[in-house]
Design a protein around this ligand. Structure first.
Ligand code: FES
Length: 116
């Protein structure tokens, strides 16, 4: 069995509605995971790409959030209709979908201007 070339981590964390920060599950991340699974299968990448649910990726204000490794490309506000484009452009052609990428200044930083 070949090693996977990419792993997608799709945040499916859910917080209580009274929490100070939002979470990805209410933004539709379960449907997003299903859309990625379908797109990966359609592209014939099941042996090369793994899409997994993850806990909070600490980019909660940008949900639903997806990170692609080993490329370390972070996507935010990803809609199920975007899954096909990410698979076709990023995973097959090596061209990250720029319009969905999170700004580097938001990643792993308390200074993200969107952070609550
Ligand atoms: S809840 Fe999804 S990134 Fe925090």
């Amino acid at each position: 069995m070949p090693l996977f070339e990419h792993h997608l981590f799709i945040c499916t964390n859910e917080r209580d509605s009274s929490a100070s920060r939002p979470s990805c599950l209410p933004e539709g991340s379960k449907k997003l995971k299903s859309a990625f699974k379908d797109a990966i299968k359609e592209a014939g990448l099941k042996q090369k790409v793994r899409a997994n649910e993850s806990g909070c990726l600490d980019q909660c204000e940008h949900g639903p959030v997806v990170v692609v490794y080993p490329d370390a490309v972070w996507y935010g506000k990803v809609h199920p209709r975007d899954a096909q484009e990410i698979v076709q452009e990023h995973l097959l052609k090596g061209r990250p979908v720029e319009r969905l990428r999170l700004a580097e200044s938001c990643i792993n930083s308390d200074r993200c201007p969107h952070r609550k």
